[in-house]
Write a protein that binds this ligand. Structure first.
Ligand SMILES: Nc1ncnc2c1ncn2[C@@H]1O[C@H](COP(=O)(O)OP(=O)(O)O)[C@@H](O)[C@H]1O
Ligand SMILES: [Mg+2]
Length: 260
């Protein structure tokens, strides 16, 4: 199968100082890749580089990033806007802050879908309620009419994930989507992402410093330390038989979430 996203020797710099170097991996359709490493190791930088969301002083300074065989380096902001959301979805740690606090989930869904082409409001709602149901939300109608402030952190995150899926992206980038949540809710978010892959074949890159989340979800794993790849390969192998001392350290004494 042709890969969907390829990094080849990628280097990313802030103010010309490289912070992430020599990154190579490829993501297959439907694959879940966990990007792990301690805070400051370059995880967010790496996934933000994919959709051109580095800060102004950040730049991809080496190598190539290809999406479905097409280079994402140096494409115009206009082209990138078409890819962002509709081809490559993104969710972040703080779902609340990526949702507008004063508008209902439903109106934000309509807005997000309209940004990528004409939508019929009734259609958008029907499609959303269908997805909510598939994802096991108890009261989709109520969720549709809710404001983010009326929802718990976990529900905001779950709604944010559902919203990003309504555009049918082939890849979902999730930056620490469970880090702000308590363990029971983390499990629901993990299960929701696994369900999305099952339903839509979405490939996912999940950034996490939580090995239990990686072990519950990932097919493959990339361990980053100070912007460099320590280890990359099948998650099962890395988790059961880490080769690298840093990986061993990360893996020590972590309770594992079981796949639900
Ligand atoms: N806008 C920026 N300007 C300069 N340095 C930055 C910027 N953003 C991130 N960095 C640096 O890049 C490195 C990686 O950061 P980050 O990708 O946020 O790590 P992680 O997500 O793994 O915690 C850190 O050393 C951080 O200080
Ligand atoms: Mg980060």
């Amino acid at each position: 199968m042709a890969s969907i996203l390829d990094f080849d020797n990628v280097q990313i710099s802030f103010d010309k100082r490289p912070v992430v170097s020599d990154i190579s991996f490829s993501l297959q359709p439907g694959e879940i890749l966990a990007l792990v490493g301690e805070s400051g190791s370059g995880k967010s930088t790496l996934i933000r580089s994919i959709t051109g969301l580095l800060n102004d002083n950040g730049r991809v300074t080496g190598g190539s990033i290809n999406y479905k065989g097409k280079s994402l380096r140096g494409i115009s902001e206009k082209e990138m806007r078409n890819i962002r959301g509709a081809e490559i979805g993104m969710i972040f740690q703080d779902a609340k802050s990526s949702l507008c606090p004063i508008r209902t989930i439903g109106s934000q869904i309509i807005e997000s879908m309209s940004a990528h082409g004409k939508v019929d409001k009734a259609d958008a709602k029907k499609k959303s309620l269908e997805l909510f149901e598939k994802l096991g939300f108890k009261d989709g109608e109520k969720l549709w009419n809710s404001y983010p402030f009326e929802l718990s952190g976990g529900m905001n995150q779950r709604a944010g994930i559902a919203i990003s899926m309504l555009l049918n992206p082939s890849v979902l980038l999730a930056d620490e989507p469970t880090s702000a949540l308590d363990v029971a809710v983390q499990k629901q978010v993990v299960e929701e992402m696994l369900k999305l892959r099952e339903l839509f074949g979405t490939a996912i890159i999940i950034v996490t410093h939580d090995i239990s989340v990686a072990s519950a979800m990932a097919d493959t794993m990339l361990v980053l330390k100070e912007g460099r790849m320590m280890e990359y390969g099948p998650a099962k192998e890395i988790l059961s038989n880490p080769q690298n001392d840093y990986t061993k350290l990360l893996l020590s004494a972590v309770p594992r979430l079981k796949r639900g």
